[in-house]
Write a protein that binds this ligand. Sequence first.
Ligand code: SAH
Length: 220
Amino acid sequence: MIRKQEDTYRHKGLRAKLIEEIKGKGISDDHVLKAMESIPRHFFLDPAFDKIAYEDRAFPIEEGQTISQPYTVAYQTQLLQVNRLEKVLEIGTGSVYQATVLAEMGAQVFTIERQRKLYDKNQLHYPFKSKYRNIKFFYGDGFAGLPTFAPFDKILITAAAPYIPEKLIEQLKPGGIMVLPLDEDDVQTMTRITKLSDGSLVTESFHAFSFVPMLKGKEG
Ligand code: SAH
């Protein structure tokens, strides 16, 4: 649940420890680590999770969805190689934590959520509205992307994609990168697709992760 809360020294200390932990698990991109160290993750969770918000775990948010594990957020963001002022499309706004990491890194973030309730809540209660004006919220189906705002430098899917969405490939700039957990099973392979200047695709496969499913159509 998104609600204005305090960011105390205790929270900051726990956050610094968490960053060390994910560094120890192999995340080396300083831009990613710095962004995550500056963002109070507990603001994105129900206050009931306050004491455990800085454990390297996924947690439930509303509507049966989850805020990804910090290591997973760092892993996807590192693969995406985000630069300042790049246009980044995120599929699956969820808690807005991942979008906030991208915004803190200076990206122009366009994030889509298919669940009306989550979208409405995020629009109304996002705690950093005035700080991160570089996040734009959309209610829609991620499989369709955002043709009006395309092309994008980077596309990040934060739900398990059963296949590579063709429309998203179309909305990627030449030289652009898309990162997605790919597969219909309980476990997906983190996949990075680079679109070369001639339009051809290079696909790289990384570690296994487990995401909530990317579903067709809008809900609510
Ligand atoms: N990035 C989020 C992770 C949320 S979990 C965070 O940082 O918290 C995945 C989210 O993707 C859920 O909110 C789910 O409703 C959403 N989702 C699933 N399929 C989708 C689709 N086709 N289009 C847009 N959002 C989708």
